[in-house]
Design a protein around this ligand. Structure first.
Ligand code: AMP
Length: 549
């Protein structure tokens, strides 16, 4: 059989899609462009390159080699951006630690990812002090400090980040390697059971960056990112690389602003002072900004914001539009790198009034280039694109996690039938807009963080007075969703417990770091019975219809 592959001259360079390649253009075309950290630091892309080289050299001199894992616990910062590049560029894996997890879950993820080096912001040092005796794999700890008082800690820090960088060489050559090398990993709790590791290769991250650039760069008018933009993430950088946008912003060479720990005042000040024009966040953050007493002092009419991670309510969208914000939805998940679709508006849609526009901006959007989304029934057949027929979103794209780390069983479930199963139920209309209507996964999303309903049910069921319990997601304007525990008490109790007694149970678990503090949002409702499906499972759909009316 003849070989149909393209002929290759022996000396021709076979260009691997590596993260380092994203730096070529900005370093040549805009080396003086700025990167800003809060009101504390500003430097140029030229400096960024030097700092990335220093970080890479510092890691190498510490003994980090290709295949090792370097973990980070930080707020959104220039340091995180440096790690996004330097760690994968030496062939190591960047583990972006989800700092919102409980200390026990953080310990689990550090062990499971086999982290060798851990960079820790001083705010998270107490977490590490709590678990350090049980961390088996980490050889070196580096302190990330924003100045302030010297830190006394029992964590054996090898160095402080700035000092560590200052001692390293500013020059480095980054060699080529296989583009399918794992670049990043992190853990999602958007499934039941322990957090699950997802992972992405250099090739996947580069292709995701290119596709997002195409998707955000090509709309006729609305929701565009371009070279004149000023970018500031307001989603945590540990969460799917802040939706991959720091890679996009860097490849594009725009001014970037990193806000550190979120506070409404600092965010608004940065938007105002640095003239931020492009951001992304979960609805709860925007809600928080709108409640700030300073909001009316800031002109938001140049601001473009992608809302994702949870459905955007029409009320939030309407308020944003009134403030002149170009707001629209993005959709994806940890497993999908993440972006799959964006709710851009065509020219004729922009001519509609704000109410009609909000309807479209709140949809889950149209797919990005290369993304093959199907909405399927339980036989994996596509349902009609009529805006009515619903089914699960399943997907293929070049940048989806190829499984869960060291977890074959759940990986097989994720990839049943050769499509990644999102666990999201949606309809799609004849113009290709998806709209999520439900979820098959037993998890609740509050303020962008997952809470497992099964875990909560397990805790409540341990109370001696509880006969039965089911936890469902209650829509909430501020948090998106809050857990609502429907509790059936045992009959004939002499002193039945009150709601507070049951909620006190949760505190015991949060105090000991077993579950995330997010569960304090739970509400309790006493009910007479829990509805069941024909096969005897808790019928959450009926429960929702009945109790959330
Ligand atoms: P995570 O893995 O934490 O990023 O969460 C991903 C999940 O958040 C998705 O599977 C959806 O259930 C939900 N989600 C993300 N974006 C949206 C959106 N635009 N509208 C509704 N739900 C969303």
């Amino acid at each position: 059989m003849s070989d149909h592959r393209i002929p290759r001259t022996e000396s021709a360079y076979s260009y691997p899609l590596l993260i380092k390649q994203l730096l070529h253009c900005p370093l040549v075309s805009c080396p003086e462009q700025e990167i800003i950290y809060r009101d504390q630091l500003r430097f140029t892309y030229r400096d960024l390159h030097e700092r990335v080289c220093r970080l890479a050299n510092a890691l190498l001199s510490m003994g980090v080699k290709a295949g090792d894992t370097v973990a980070v616990m930080d707020w959104d910062s220039h340091r995180y951006l440096e790690c996004f590049f330097a760690v994968p560029m030496i062939g190591a894996v960047l583990h972006t630690v989800n700092v919102k997890l409980s200390s026990e879950q953080i310990l689990y993820t550090i062990d499971h990812a086999e982290d060798n080096v851990l960079l820790v912001h001083r705010d998270f040092v107490p977490i590490i002090e709590q678990i350090k005796g049980r961390i088996a794999t980490v050889d070196h700890y580096i302190l990330l400090n924003d100045g302030g008082e010297p830190l006394t800690s029992s964590v054996p820090f090898s160095s402080e980040y700035e000092q560590w960088l200052a001692e390293a060489s500013p020059c480095a050559e980054f060699g080529d390697f296989d583009e399918n090398t794992r670049a990043t990993t992190f853990y999602t709790t958007g499934t039941t059971g322990m957090p699950k590791g997802v992972y992405f290769s250099h090739r996947q991250l580069v292709l995701h960056t290119m596709a997002v650039l195409a998707a955000l760069g090509t709309p006729q008018q609305q929701g565009r990112i371009h070279q004149g933009d000023v970018y500031m993430p307001i989603t945590p950088m540990f969460h799917v690389h802040a939706w991959g946008l720091p890679y996009v912003a860097t490849a594009l060479g725009v001014k970037q602003v990193y806000p550190g720990r979120y506070s409404p005042e600092m965010l608004l000040e940065l938007i105002d002072h640095e003239q931020v024009t492009f951001s992304h966040c979960v609805p709860t953050i925007l809600h928080m900004l709108f409640k700030s007493p300073h909001i009316d002092n800031v002109d938001l009419s140049r601001w473009k914001v992608i809302i994702g991670g949870a459905a955007m309510s029409r009320a939030l969208c309407a308020e944003a539009l009134q403030r002149g914000i170009d707001i629209f939805t993005g959709y994806g998940m940890s497993e999908t790198c993440p972006i799959l679709s964006l709710a851009h508006l065509d020219e004729e849609m922009l001519a509609l009034d704000q109410t009609a526009q909000a309807e479209i901006r709140c949809k889950t959007g149209r797919t990005m280039p290369l993304v093959d989304v199907r909405v399927v029934n339980d036989k994996m057949q596509e349902v009609p694109r009529d805006g009515q027929s619903s089914g699960e979103i399943v997907v293929r794209a070049p940048w989806l996690t190829q499984g869960y780390l060291k977890d074959t069983r759940n990986s097989e479930n994720l990839w049943q039938g050769g499509y990644l199963h999102t666990g999201d139920v949606a309809v799609r209309d004849n113009r290709g807009y998806l709209k999520i209507t439900d979820r098959t996964k037993d998890v609740i999303k509050s303020g962008g963080e997952w809470i497992s309903s099964l875990e909560l049910e397990d805790i409540f069921s341990h109370h001696p007075a509880v006969a039965e319990v089911a936890v469902i997601a209650q829509p909430d304007e501020k948090w998106g969703e809050r857990p609502l525990a429907l509790v059936v008490l045992k009959e004939g109790l002499e002193t039945p417990p009150g709601k507070r007694d049951l909620l006190a149970l949760l505190h015991e678990y949060t105090e000991t770091g077993v579950i995330s503090k997010q569960v304090v949002l739970t509400r309790v409702k006493f009910v007479d019975g829990i509805d069941k499906t024909s096969v005897g499972k808790t019928d959450k759909r009926t429960l929702r219809d009945k109790h959330l009316g």
